[in-house]
Design a protein around this ligand. Structure first.
Ligand code: FAD
Length: 398
């Protein structure tokens, strides 16, 4: 069996695992990231919800219950995480705007506004679009984007349809990377005689270089252009995920993608290695420290059985809120669903409390008591706890 030794082995390539591994690789630690598949981030708007949906992202902080993971990170930890996230994204082609001092508004595909904290630069133009004229562009056959909902909700709007020759968001976004397609689109839009104001499109302006494409269109037509996130699967979520993965590789991190951890080896209170569940020769990844970032039910970090919930890699004890009859609701995505509290309980060093493993740290949505939908804290919690786990690991290894 082949074996590779790392300082840190991060299991799970979602926002929390990617942030933790990018930080540690950037500090010069030999870092491995193992992930069995693409994360929940690819389904998201790509915007970072930190906590409260009001004006101030952290206004609900004092109302969080004592066991909430943000309590272990603190306000400063959340701010540090968001700052690091923006710094990393600024080194990619997908820079972000915003601060944890003030929420921003983005326009949704049904013409409502959603408050969120950090947004990709391609969505910042939604701010203030209530005041002037906004022209919405959609694409023939594109589902899950409703310009007529937007125009009926927002006064002072109009819309036009472009035939991209393809109807999926991924297909259209791929076409926008082609110069000839972009030129044809710009020529079409120039011929529309749109009234002065902003131009809004579903988030399909390329995959690698959306800011460049947006700025090119904007410069040529003389109007501010912005993107509206579409329903999952989402191009901004995919861009975010790919950019973070690229940032990790640029920092020298080793990726084991498409590989699940099959088994773990522990000696006393230390995890020594994990073995990847591959079809060929098994490979063993050794580490001095391990970070568990395998997400919640959606990504398979937690698995519900009759009356129990299992943690799928280390078989750690899982906090479950009462008997199954109390957490079996028809709609999994309802805010306040009791099962949202399920997860791994940790101490102030993010070590699992009901385990004696000393070199294992846990971060992200697998943590107990996060209640991500109820608290509007999806990516924000992943980023802040990912950074905290990485910093604790750094101290542990030094
Ligand atoms: C539909 C949807 C839309 C959302 N939209 C938003 C939004 O717009 N803004 C926002 O802030 N939040 C949003 N969220 C919440 C947010 O996406 C998540 O809370 C956050 O991204 C979770 O990150 P994570 O790192 O904890 O885990 P995940 O993203 O779940 O990643 C876990 C990773 O671990 C891997 N893994 C699991 N088991 C193993 C194993 N045995 N071996 C190796 N790898 C393994 C998985 O393949 C996965 O890649 C949304 C969530 C959903 C479901």
């Amino acid at each position: 069996m082949s074996a590779v030794t790392h300082d840190v082995v991060v299991i799970g390539g979602g926002m929390s695992g990617l942030m933790a591994s990018a930080y540690l690789a950037g500090k010069g630690f030999k870092t491995a990231l193992i992930s069995q598949g693409d994360p929940v981030c690819c389904l998201s708007t790509g915007c970072v919800d930190v906590l409260s949906p009001g004006t101030h992202p952290l206004e609900g902080f004092d109302g969080l219950p004592p066991g909430h993971p943000y309590r272990l990170v603190g306000r400063k930890g959340i701010e540090d995480g968001c700052r690091l996230f923006k710094e990393i994204m600024a080194t990619t082609t997908i820079p972000y705007a915003g601060t944890v001092r003030k929420n921003r508004e983005i326009l949704t595909p049904i013409g409502t506004f959603k408050t969120t904290c950090l947004v990709p630069l391609t969505m910042t133009g939604a701010e203030g679009c209530r005041d002037g004229y906004t022209h919405v562009i959609s694409f023939n056959g594109l589902r899950d984007f409703y310009p007529s909902y937007i125009t009926s909700r927002l006064k002072n709007t109009g819309f036009s349809l472009y035939d991209a020759g393809i109807t999926s968001t991924l297909g259209i976004a791929t076409r926008f990377e082609d110069k000839a397609f972009l030129e044809a689109f710009i020529a079409w839009i120039e011929g529309l005689e749109i009234p002065p104001g902003k131009v809004a499109l579903p988030a399909v302006l390329g995959i690698q270089s959306p800011v460049q494409i947006m700025e090119e269109i904007s410069r040529r037509i003389g109007s501010e252009v912005f993107e509206i996130p579409t329903l999952p699967p989402s191009i901004p979520g995919l861009r975010l995920f790919r950019a973070l993965k690229g940032a990790l590789t640029a920092r020298g991190g080793d990726l084991y993608w498409g590989k699940a951890v099959g088994s773990v080896e522990c000696r006393g209170s230390m995890v020594e290695a994990v073995t990847l569940a591959t079809q060929g020769r098994p490979s063993r990844v050794q580490g001095r420290a391990f970070i568990l970032a395998t997400g919640s039910f959606v990504s398979g970090g937690l698995f519900a059985r009759i009356d129990t919930v299992n943690e799928t890699v280390f078989d750690l004890p899982v906090y479950v809120p009462g008997p199954r009859k109390d957490w079996f609701w028809n709609d999994f995505f309802t805010a306040g669903h009791p099962i949202e509290k399920a997860g791994i309980e940790v101490d102030g060093s993010l070590r699992p409390t009901r385990s004696d493993l000393k070199n294992l740290f846990v971060c992200g949505s697998i943590l107990a008591h996060g209640e991500i939908m109820k608290n509007h804290c999806g990516h924000g919690l992943a980023i802040a706890t990912g950074l905290k786990a990485a910093r604790i690991c750094e101290g542990f290894l030094s």
